[in-house]
Design a protein. Structure first.
Lengths: 284, 282
């Protein structure tokens, strides 16, 4: 096949295709490379060529209390959102795979909608809910927003894992006298370990980066993206490049960690799969 | 094999949660869109269509909506133009490097959206990397002002962000095409161009539809990139909503616009679902 397609008579010009691919990769990576490069630039964010390479911006960053407070807030939010999304996303996947009830189609669409809905709509509709119920905006409201929106990610991942699961094990467990609760924790969850870990990593990363929903639900304490956002409005310094570079390295570590896990499993998860599955699920 | 208690235990908690935190808020948004703001800056719970009438009557709203759709359409077109040939190259020609290249497309998806928009701001500004580079190599004498704070900047940034999104479903669709169909077409004497247009492209249409839906819907509702890079001429519909919920303090009117967006998005999803079904071969 390889031979056939790269054969001389298959002349749909892989050369321009190769060039196009190269250009797209350059387009995707150039801004990230420039961002990292200028985090070391002594002369500020712009200006070509970069001059006086320095670590000064990283020193300023490490001494910047407000940034680290916001990082701490974001970590708390991401952890709590992850717990909510998994606590409701896993049962939702079980419900979608194993039960029939009136309104199931609507339920599925509703759960998955935040995956593709612009964040502003999710954020604003929750803002109105909190306003009507007199809930004070805080990190807690952001947790509720992220948790609710990201149930969709947990559900798509776990649903895909369930479809590959052999039900005989669960049946055997039930036949042998274990109750549903025991069967769930001893058979179902261990078999779904990788989809669940994958979903958890993905939810964590997405929550750490989220800005559109948080934008409307923010109280007094900032998350990291909103702290960066606030500074961008006041003017830009390479300190933002420095913190972005660090976020980038952590995201990269999360991806490597995830692909390590994924190589060992057959059921893949990840942002790519979530998107693929969202389009499949919405048309299922 | 599953008892009723089991089914209730897995169904009810998510059902209740989603009802409280998704369905009720959407309905509340719908209610708000019929209310109004009094002279004393309080919400009047009197029901009328004045917000929707205002949307039809005041040009700036639907003009901004049209401009947003124009920007989203351009982002969609560029993302497909960049994403499709890339997906085609990876699926059919990349050989052993396929997996590595695939990961390379995915990595930017994990990089914070805000960080990528910010990176473009530092590149496109009048003292930015691109302008100083152009002056450095004496291609231009003065900074090109149209680069930043323009619809151009918004389209460029959103294309950068949504190209990997567009790539994924197209790549998945191409990977699902049975390779013996391509071989058969080739063996029967079709040229590579004929094989592409008669076999490969039609079979990849569901992926293209999914890709276009993602790129269009997500860029249509964006407000961060326009705020950061758009300037006055790059304002999009969500920016108007943001200001109505902020300084302009007219939640009901903002809710009316948001609800229209919600309806538009749901309609687009139904449409794309039908198109995908129509073109899927299985």
């Amino acid at each position: 096949m390889e031979l056939l397609l790269s054969g001389a008579d298959f002349n749909s010009s892989p050369r321009w295709l190769r060039f196009h691919a190269l250009a797209v990769f350059a387009f995707l990576y150039a801004p990230i490379a420039i961002l990292i490069l200028y985090s070391f630039n002594g002369e500020g964010v712009g200006g070509f060529p970069p001059r006086n390479l320095t670590l000064a911006w990283y020193r300023i960053l490490f001494a910047d209390g407000a940034i680290w407070d916001s990082v701490f807030n974001s970590l708390q939010v991401a952890l709590a959102a992850m717990v909510i999304a998994l606590a409701f996303g896993i049962p939702a996947a079980l419900a979608l795979e194993r039960t029939q009830f009136p309104g199931k189609a609507l339920f599925r669409r509703l759960v998955l909608l935040p995956l593709i809905l612009p964040g502003i709509i999710t954020g604003l509709s929750l803002l109105m809910l909190f306003n009507v119920t007199g809930t004070k905006l805080s990190l807690m409201t952001i947790v509720l927003g992220h948790g609710t929106a990201l149930i969709s990610v947990a559900t798509t991942e776990v649903f895909a894992g369930l479809q590959k699961l052999d039900r005989a094990q669960e049946e055997a467990s039930l036949d042998l006298g274990a109750n549903y609760w025991q069967t769930f924790w001893r058979i179902t969850v261990p078999n779904l370990k990788l989809p669940i870990i994958g979903a958890a990593l993905l939810i964590f990363t997405l929550s750490m980066d989220e800005i559109a929903v948080s934008f409307f639900l923010i109280g007094r304490d900032n998350t990291l993206p909103l702290e960066i956002w606030g500074r961008l409005r006041r003017g830009i310094t390479p300190e933002i490049n420095a913190v972005s570079t660090i976020i980038f390295l952590f995201s990269l570590a999360a991806i490597v960690l995830w692909y390590r896990l994924r190589v060992r499993s057959e059921s893949g998860a990840g942002m790519d799969m979530a998107i693929g599955r969202a389009s499949e699920a919405s048309s299922a | 094999m599953f008892s009723r208690a089991y089914k209730a235990a897995v169904t009810l908690p998510p059902l209740i949660w989603v009802t409280v935190f998704l369905l009720v808020p959407y309905l509340l948004m719908f209610c708000y869109s019929f209310w109004s703001v009094s002279a004393f800056q309080t919400i009047e719970h009197s029901w009328n269509f004045s917000n929707y009438r205002q949307l039809l009557r005041v040009d700036v709203y639907w003009q901004t909506l049209l401009r947003s759709m124009g920007i989203a359409a351009r982002v969609t077109a560029f993302s497909l133009l960049l994403g499709y040939p890339l997906a085609y190259f990876l699926s059919f020609y990349a050989g052993k490097k396929k997996d590595l290249l695939y990961q390379l497309v995915i990595i930017p998806l994990w990089v914070s959206y805000l960080v990528r928009a910010y990176a473009w701001k530092t590149i496109l500004g009048s003292d930015g990397v691109l302008n100083t580079l152009l002056q450095y190599v004496h291609l231009t004498k003065h900074p090109l002002e149209f680069l930043l704070y323009s619809p151009f900047a918004v389209v460029l940034t959103l294309t950068h962000i949504y190209t990997p999104f567009a790539f994924l479903p197209i790549y998945a669709a191409l990977e699902h095409i049975p390779r013996n169909l391509v071989e058969a077409s080739h063996d029967l004497g079709a040229t590579p161009g004929q094989t592409f247009w008669k076999i490969i492209f039609p079979l990849s249409i569901p992926g293209v539809v999914a890709a276009a839906t993602f790129a269009f819907v997500l860029s249509l509702g964006d407000f961060i990139a326009p705020l950061l890079l758009g300037g006055p001429s790059g304002i999009m519909i969500s920016n108007i909503v943001v200001s109505l919920f902020g300084a302009a303090y007219n939640w009901p009117l903002g809710a009316a616009i948001s609800f229209c967006m919600l309806v538009l998005v749901v309609c687009l999803l139904f449409l794309s679902e039908r198109l995908e079904k129509k073109w899927s071969f299985s």
